[in-house]
Ligand binder design. Structure first.
Ligand code: NAD
Ligand code: 3PG
Length: 633
């Protein structure tokens, strides 16, 4: 992108905890005091003095002289210090290094830190020594640091103010820093704006005085419409997480620089519509319904993360047509469901749901009636997908015979035998377990007719989705004694939160094990999901990769070359040609192009040369049938 027409205001940067993530003197102390028995104590004292000085609690001169006395540093420590600081430049400053090189003549680093370590670090960003204004150390003949040059205005209280007076910059001045002394430049009327820089440290007293708060340097560039590495500052990306996914999910989104809001439990349609405005990433589990109305209310939505397997609660086509990619965690909790199902089969076969409450009520009912071993019995698995197929292996390992039925052709595992029809499976199974997905056509898939086909005394499990079973028909089959027992984890209607009561016809029936949709609720599964889903979403946002999206054409992209244009459009003829016409008209060189379509949308990724005008972007946005368009720099 080209430079702005108007000259950039002078930018006065603080160094410690702004340009770098750390305080230079703290790091120097860490290096100089390494191996000394009182090192930890001294470093802590130095850090406390730094903080007190930065927060304006003690005078700068006092803070500095007390820190230097504790330091015990030598000239020889400076080279390792510089090497360390070069690795600790603030992330967003490092990523926008080109901006500094391009505008180095408008940038000053004004710091109460020391030239000896600041100059070489900022030199890598094109900032010349005369644009660095900082203290200088004094040394004795042995090279020990004895203090700082007292003639330097920056060594005194109010030093930054005096330094700005001396600089006498001709034009608007913006100050970016984390400390109170940075704000004081603005307070003294020597800067037009003060930006509290909070990427590394947030000091409430400083933030309170700021014209703007900058969680990253991207935000500054975005606000001023200056050239930047990212197309959109990450701190502006809002994530809304519902239904308590594992805390790791929030951690990962925060680490990426996003804003994260959480709501315990689910939200109903109206509540979600009221919360969705401004949200870029929505995280839900199985309960939250993402309907067309919710999608209509979502003005910034880029992606939805289902922190579970099922995605039947989301209007996937509606989301796709709006250019919203949906990701789930197809594998992370499957083992947990398999273990639950196996446990349920054994527990039902021994009639534990009846015996356990009796024991708690003081009743001793020792009897073998209706109890059997599962060894040698036939397990009928309906839906031989990720869960069904795993259960097949585990069930065979404990001696069951396995038959399965799936509408799709599946790889037969172990000695499992495929049934050609559901009826064939129902008629021969001692235990029937459902592991089909929740697609709308599966509503009431198992009802009166299917239960009647099952063997007398057979057991029935539903750990899939509530609506796939006709619950009144199941209750009738249990009441009549035709079925020997059932385990049900999922229900057509499930309470929204733990404080809502559970109402269902299956309550109180004999040998029925009811669980509150906990098939995937284990520490392991939840942690896996909380890593898997954010990774997919962040990859999509950062690279355009849609691999494993459940509603977008899946494209695994090679590493980005220069700029990447991401275009989502309605799948009608001619859109790709129009995109390429725009690029050709503006003489933009295409380095690589990837297109995949489905019934509704086309997803085209174009890597182009670095050189192009803003007009190209406007023209691409204006291509007919565009749903969403973004650029990765
Ligand atoms: N209880 C829980 O907490 C919990 C946890 C995880 C998954 N689930 C649910 O478990 C189910 C299975 O999950 P998965 O990961 O194995 O899904 P999957 O998509 O890997 O497998 C589902 C299989 O069912 C088959 N199928 C669909 N409709 C069918 C039908 N009418 N008859 C026969 N086969 C049919 C599909 O072809 C597919 O092979 C899903 O409904 C999922 O939402 C529940
Ligand atoms: O779809 C799933 O993975 C399960 O139904 C689990 O859903 P949950 O995360 O809401 O417990």
């Amino acid at each position: 992108m080209s430079a702005p027409a108007a000259p950039l205001p002078y930018l006065v940067f603080d160094f410690d905890s702004t340009f770098t993530q750390v305080e230079g003197l703290d790091e120097l102390a860490d290096i100089a005091l390494a191996g000394r028995p009182d090192a930890a104590e001294r470093v802590a004292q130095i850090r406390a003095l730094t903080d007190q000085g930065m927060a304006g609690e003690i005078g700068f001169q006092e803070s500095l002289s007390r820190r230097l006395a504790l330091l015990g540093a030598n000239r020889a420590h400076l080279a390792p210090l510089v090497a360390r600081l070069k690795t600790k430049v603030s992330e967003s400053i490092r990523r926008n290094g080109n901006f500094f090189r391009q505008f180095a003549d408008r940038i000053y680093v004004v710091s109460s830190g020391f030239r000896e370590f600041i100059e070489p670090v900022v030199a890598d960003f094109g900032i010349a020594p005369e644009h660095v204004l900082a203290n200088t150390f004094t040394f004795d003949e042995g090279g020990n640091i004895t203090g700082c040059d007292p003639q330097n205005v920056l060594s005194r209280d109010g030093g930054k103010i005096r330094q700005l007076v001396l600089l006498d910059l001709d034009g608007p001045v913006y100050v970016l820093g984390d400390g109170y002394t940075d704000y004081q430049i603005r307070e003294a009327g020597l800067a037009h704006r003060f930006y509290a820089y909070t990427e590394n440290v947030t000091r409430p007293t400083v933030v309170a005085q700021a014209d703007e708060v900058l969680p990253t340097f991207d935000e500054f560039l975005y606000q001023l419409k200056l050239p930047m590495t990212l197309s959109y500052p990450k701190n502006r990306i809002k994530v809304l997480l519902l239904e308590n996914p594992d805390a790791r999910a929030k951690e990962l989104f925060l680490a990426e620089g996003y804003q994260v809001d959480t709501v315990p439990g689910g939200l109903d349609e109206d509540e979600l519509m009221a919360r969705i405005e401004g949200v870029s990433i929505l995280g839900i589990r199985s309960k939250t319904q993402v309907t067309q109305r919710v999608l209509d209310a979502a003005n910034r939505l880029i992606a939805i993360g289902a922190f579970c397997i099922g995605t039947n609660q989301i209007d996937l086509t509606g989301a796709m047509k709006k250019g919203v990619a949906v990701f789930n965690a197809p594998f992370s909790n499957t083992r947990s469901v398999v273990e639950l199902a196996l446990g349920e089969i054994i527990v039902l076969a021994r009639r534990i749901p009846e015996k356990n409450p009796k024991m708690h009520a003081g009743e001793w009912d020792k009897s073998a009636s209706g109890s059997f071993e599962i060894r040698g019995k036939t397990l009928g698995i309906v839906g031989y997908g990720n869960i069904g197929a795993q259960l097949s292996v585990v069930a065979e390992a404990v001696g069951m015979k396995v038959v399965y039925f799936d509408v799709a052709e599946k790889l037969q595992l172990g000695n499992a035998v495929k049934c050609r029809t559901l009826e064939e499976l129902l008629e021969q199974s001692d235990v029937v377990t459902l592991h089909i997905d929740g697609r709308a056509e599966n509503t009431n898939y198992i009802g009166e007719k299917e239960f009647a086909l099952m063997k007398k005394g057979a057991l029935f499990l539903n750990n899939a989705r509530g609506h796939v079973v006709d619950v009144p028909a199941l209750a009738a089959a249990l009441r009549s004694g035709h079925l020997g027992g059932a385990a049900v984890d999922v229900f057509p209607y499930e309470p929204k939160t733990n404080s809502e009561s559970f109402e269902n016809e299956l309550r109180g029936l004999p040998n029925v094990l009811l669980t509150p949709h906990i098939g995937g609720s284990t520490a392991e599964a939840q942690r896996n999901i909380a890593e898997f889903v954010p990774e997919r979403i962040m990859q999509y946002i950062n690279t355009g990769n849609t691999q494993q999206s459940v509603n977008f054409p899946n494209i695994q992209l090679p590493a980005q070359q220069a700029h990447r244009l991401i275009h989502i459009h309605a799948n009608v003829p001619g859109v790709l040609a129009n995109i390429n016409n725009v690029l050709a008209q503006h003489h933009v060189n295409i380095l690589g192009q990837y297109l995949k379509t489905n019934e509704h949308i086309g997803y085209v990724i174009t890597d182009i040369d670095r050189q192009y005008d803003q007009e190209v972007i406007q023209a691409l946005r204006a291509v007919a049938h565009t749903i969403k368009f973004r650029v990765l720099y």
